[in-house]
Design a protein around this ligand. Structure first.
Ligand code: DGY
Length: 323
């Protein structure tokens, strides 16, 4: 058992000042002061002699880097819900505990999912550009007709905590919720949502298809041309999860042909070097990966990691331990 103030923490990612303060007030913490993502060499240098490494989704911790972590490291914390940037099996093999930030960001991400749906469906990109251009000549009955969100069918791919938070909001919009998940939910979590065992079947029932599942070898590229072809006419595709779940060429083709009316995307494959069509297509409402970006959620993510570190070194099981 080690008191928190004796725990040495290297915060390798560039966290907001208020979150850095949480770490420095509680632990013997050193924070990234470069204002950018560290190189692997800088990360390894900074973590020498430390008990804990804190990183985020833009820091790659592959098996080779895990192998080179010093023996002093007992815990790796990711300031994210996504885990695809770390080799969890390699960390487990070295007996390093892994903490993440589940739950505390679900509601902010679900808000962003609705922002994406509304922004894409109601043509916010074109509407906002028109107001800013100074060329708006006034209201007309023909102007910028979009598609309704309320009362439509929402298909959620990935009914974890974020998916369920999206479903709760959807009920307030009078939407019928359909979902596809690795496993069907227990009735108390499913409520009135309709389960589909296959993604293609979900697509057929999705006026709005909202992606909220983790990126993994099983999900990469699964929203492909075949799935998009099964969507109803005028469907809207939204992504709050990870860009690589979508086959970009297929979505761009569907947006150009009109098969998909619009897309609301908070995440992109290869960020920030995104498919160029997403920068120019008028029916793409794109956001720069701001799913959980609120002051209070970012603080809550930091608090959850700090509490987890304290619990771990006090010999208790952190409730945000994922490996
Ligand atoms: C998350 O928490 O995974 C966010 O998408 C940041 O990467």
């Amino acid at each position: 058992m080690t008191s928190s103030s004796a725990v040495a923490v290297f915060v390798a990612c560039d966290l907001p000042n208020s979150v850095q303060n949480l770490f420095t007030q509680r632990f013997r913490a050193r924070c990234n002061d470069q204002g950018r993502t560290l190189t692997a060499a800088e990360l390894l240098d900074g973590v020498q002699g430390m008990d804990v490494l804190v990183l985020t989704a833009t820091d790659r911790l592959d098996a080779e880097l895990v192998e080179r972590l010093p023996d002093s490291v007992k815990v790796v914390c990711t300031y994210s819900i996504g885990l695809e940037h770390m080799d969890i099996e390699a960390l487990k093999a070295r007996g390093i505990a892994v903490l993440a930030t589940p739950d505390v960001l679900s509601e902010s991400c679900a808000d962003t999912a609705f922002l994406l749906m509304l922004g894409a469906a109601r043509r916010v990109v074109e509407s906002s550009a028109l107001v800013r251009s100074g060329e708006w000549t006034g209201w007309t009955p023909r102007q910028l007709l979009g598609v309704d969100v309320w009362g439509r069918r929402l298909g959620i791919l990935g009914m974890g905590r974020i998916g369920q938070a999206i479903a709760r909001r959807a009920r307030g919009f009078g939407m019928t919720v359909h979902y596809h998940n690795r496993r069907r939910l227990e009735p108390q979590f499913e409520e009135d949502a309709i389960y589909h065992a296959g993604l293609g079947e979900l697509a057929e029932h999705s006026d709005f298809l909202c992606i909220a599942c983790p990126s993994s070898p099983e999900t990469r590229g699964i929203v492909n041309g075949e799935i998009l072809a099964r969507l109803p006419a005028q469907a809207v595709v939204c992504n709050i999860a990870r860009g690589d779940i979508i086959d970009d060429e297929a979505l761009v083709a569907a947006l150009i042909s009109g098969k998909v009316a619009a897309a609301g995307l908070d995440v992109f494959a290869g960020e920030p070097d995104i498919h160029p069509a997403y920068r120019t297509l008028p029916n793409v409402f794109g956001l720069p990966h701001i799913g959980s970006s609120t002051e209070s959620t970012r603080l809550a993510m930091g608090e959850l990691l700090c509490d987890g570190i304290t619990a771990f070194f006090a010999g208790r099981q952190p409730n945000n331990r994922i490996a």
